[in-house]
Write a new protein. Sequence first.
Length: 163
Amino acid sequence: MKNDFRFEKKWVFTKIDKETLFSNLINSKLYFREQYSERTVNSIYFDTLNLKSAFDNLDGVSNREKYRVRWYGKNTEIFDNPILENKIKKNFQGYKIFFKLNNFDKKKLDNENLFELTKLVNKFSVNKNLYPITMTNYRRNYLISANNDIRATLDFNLQYKKL
């Protein structure tokens, strides 16, 4: 499944707490409101051994892509409706191609399943030399503007580990 192009811009706020930022968005002229309930986002990022995707991002390469497996929920050790995402970015526009990973649902995140998942990711990738590099999880709030044109996501309590 593929979604439509969207414009994406990210900012990092270090001198403002989440509640103040949340309040500022709600009270802005765009009248943001909560779109979805707060939830935990879990991701495993795949990259080459020389970290091409990561360096493309840091170097500001305008045309790039990355692969990740994502699931939602507080349990970081059990896949819950995992989805493989191929995130493609061209300048500030981007889109994702989604693949449901039904065979991994409710499976434990262990070495055996990670090995099988890596083989599957490489079937979909053009590169064919991707490896699980890092795992992240964080809490996310979703807000949408009154005219439904702008979505803001607030991410916090970020944790990561190397795989």
